[in-house]
Design a protein around this ligand. Structure first.
Ligand code: FE
Length: 194
């Protein structure tokens, strides 16, 4: 189904549900607002920034991310079990769902279109370095790449490395700088590979 078809179908369905009195316009608006403003990568970015600033939180996050993020009380579900994997100079982590598009909604929002693309899903396992290069990520040969396959039961998020030039920024400033793609593992934050 093309994107236009999907949009037309969604609009037709929406009109029908409203007409039948099963759904109201404000309910639909609430869901859209929730995903636009309250469920999205800004949540994951807050988790990353806190881990950078608070080593005890970071240890808890890497040990058991599901319970470590409870204090944030994120909406959006879809993280029965969250596992956070840390990028280091020795190991770069990359997240995929080879089967479909499992993704940690509560911390990253809705998955980008390419994440659901069969080409990304199959190639990232066979040739992660080549796929990363296409995203503009060049890693030193000595850095191992590990690919984590998400499922309905376990969803992964990457803890990116904090760029050296971001030392001294506070948690709020850092949270504003962390990108969605860095938490999937297809982007290095400014200068972090240097
Ligand atoms: Fe999936």
């Amino acid at each position: 189904m093309s994107e236009t078809d999907a949009r037309l179908r969604a609009e037709a369905l929406e009109s029908l549900l409203i007409e039948k009195g099963l759904l109201s316009v404000s309910q639909i608006d609430d869901v859209i607002t929730r995903y636009n403003e309250r469920v999205g990568p800004m949540n994951g970015a807050r988790v990353v920034a806190k881990a950078w600033c608070d080593s005890r939180f970071k240890a808890r996050l890497l040990d058991d991310a599901t319970s470590a993020i409870e204090e944030f009380a994120f909406e959006g579900g879809e993280v029965d079990k969250l596992v956070v994997v840390e990028n280091t100079a020795d190991q770069h982590n990359l997240v995929v769902c080879t089967l479909c598009s499992c993704y940690p909604w509560a911390v990253l929002g809705l998955p980008p279109k390419w994440y659901k693309d069969p080409a990304y899903r199959s190639r990232v396992v066979r040739e992660p370095r080549a796929v990363l290069a296409e995203f503009g990520v060049q890693l030193p040969a000595a850095t191992a790449i590990r690919v984590w396959d998400s499922s309905a039961e376990i969803r992964y998020m990457v803890l990116p490395e904090q760029p050296k030039q971001w030392q001294g920024k506070d948690e709020g400033e850092l949270a504003a700088l962390v990108t969605r793609d860095s938490m999937i593992g297809v982007e290095l934050l400014a200068g972090s590979a240097e």
